[in-house]
Design a binder for this molecule. Structure first.
Ligand code: HAM
Length: 421
């Protein structure tokens, strides 16, 4: 019978990779807690309505990428394609947003029916950050500075660049949208097929088109920054001032519009040229209108989400993962004859009592080639027990050589401890 396989674009994260995931997650949570952010955990499934009303009916995500199904009660549900909508829903439902300031973060799988390729999957993972109740540009800057700190900690800062833009207010964007549409309608025949379709539904997304002809055409198109309202202009100026003062480099990209409808004012993306087409590793912006749009009181908000798979690909490409983070244990404990094997079990427990941070893996399989197996385990330390007439004794190796042989088991914890330093 044919074997059942995983769904295309939905990957197993195997034990050989999980140490790297955990390393990344640890770095992120350390940075986020140093800025006073709290973790929130939302359900993976929400009412379909939530995503339609927030991300926007005529976005790619809602039009063609959502995993939507009716449950047994005939209610339309959707596997979350992103975390912002659910976070706003949860915050509002539990009264955490109105008249308060909040800094939340979340992590977990998101689902989009996209064409799988390197860096693009149907189940992928985001670590997202959402803040509420702060209207001024300081919090936009904090999010960017915080992410830059994380890149630095991960050793990837030099491989990413920050693209920045302001989308202005909904009103100023409407005026721009009308002018852009008029400009493009007059050149409809020269547009690529996708852009022709978008012209009627979401003309701003045409600015994102990868088609060279369309891009050339856009060179003479009206520019969004010329349409910004005064408030958005000064917000953006203050943000760039703060970034300049923090030594954060950025490129203002007037064509950066993002694929979700809820943004206003600041939008940004951290991009890399090291991963091919899927180069955006982190993206976000301000969404002051969303809480109200979902039924709450007007509440300013800004956030971002990073793509965990893409960050890991980048870490791998740059060889930026510390060697010790790749292994899942430090010490391999084995016996080289049957008589000594019983000592292994008890000794491992004693060592775990005395050296609780040491990660110990016991060898419980056959004894053939035990020396080689221990070496190939990748452990930084190896302990081999053998039976003598005086009872079991141990020998200790580090990665390079024998540290000592014939160690009494009672002396082993101290010896391991000093070899481990
Ligand atoms: P997004 O740009 O749709 O924004 O996704 C954020 C990041 O998730 C992307 O930059 C990318 O790294 C990763 N990502 C997206 N789709 C995929 C995929 N199919 N495979 C792998 N990685 C992917 C949002 O989701 C917004 N909720 C971000 C936000 C939070 N804005 C404000 N707060």
């Amino acid at each position: 019978m044919a074997k059942v396989k995983a769904i295309r674009g939905m990957n197993d994260i195997l034990p050989s990779s999980t140490p790297i995931w955990q390393y990344l997650e640890r770095q992120v949570s350390t940075v986020l807690s140093s800025y006073g952010y709290n973790e929130i955990r939302m359900p993976i499934v929400e009412q379909t309505e939530l995503f339609k009303r927030s991300i926007g009916e005529v976005t790619d995500i809602v039009e063609k990428e959502m995993y939507t199904f009716n449950d047994r009660n005939d209610e339309s549900l959707t596997l979350r394609p992103e975390g912002t909508a659910g976070c706003v829903r949860a915050g509002e439902e539990h009264g955490l947003l109105f008249n308060q300031t909040q800094r939340f973060w979340y992590q977990g799988p998101m689902f989009r029916y996209e064409k799988p390729q390197k860096g693009r999957y149907r189940q992928f993972h985001q670590i997202g950050v959402e803040t509420f109740g702060m209207a001024s540009a300081e919090i936009d800057a904090e999010l960017i500075v915080l992410s830059a700190r994380l890149w630095k900690k991960l050793g990837i800062l030099d491989a990413v660049t920050l693209q920045l833009n302001s989308l202005g207010s909904t009103e100023s964007r409407q005026v721009y949208k009308a002018d852009l549409t008029a400009f493009l309608e007059a050149r409809f025949d020269q547009l690529d097929e996708d852009s022709q379709r978008r012209l009627a539904t979401n003309p701003l997304r045409i600015l994102d088109s990868k088609d060279t002809n369309t891009q050339n055409l856009l060179a003479d198109a009206p520019v969004l920054s010329d349409y910004l309202d005064e408030d958005s202009k000064s917000h953006f100026a203050h943000l760039t001032e703060l970034l300049d003062a923090s030594g954060i480099r950025y490129e203002v990209n007037p064509r950066l519009v993002r694929g979700l409808d809820y943004y206003c004012k600041t939008v940004f993306e951290w991009v890399t040229d090291k991963l091919g087409a899927q180069g955006t590793v982190c993206a976000g912006g301000r969404y002051d209108g969303l809480v109200k749009q979902l039924g709450g009181k007007p509440t300013p908000a800004v956030g971002f989400a990073m793509g965990v798979e893409r960050l890991i690909l980048l870490l791998e490409t740059l060889n930026a993962i510390p060697e010790e983070e790749r292994s899942s244990f430090d010490l391999y404990l084995a016996a080289d004859d049957k008589a000594a094997q019983q000592a292994v079990f008890a000794l491992a427990e004693t060592l775990r009592d005395e050296l609780p941070s040491l990660r110990i893996r016991c060898h419980f399989a056959g004894l053939k080639n035990i020396n080689n197996k221990a070496r190939q385990s990748g452990a930084a330390l190896i302990v081999l027990i053998k039976q003598t007439e005086q009872g079991p004794v141990a020998s200790l190796w580090n990665e390079d050589a024998l540290v000592q042989s014939d160690i009494a088991l009672s002396a082993l914890p101290e010896m391991i401890n000093s070899a481990w330093q």
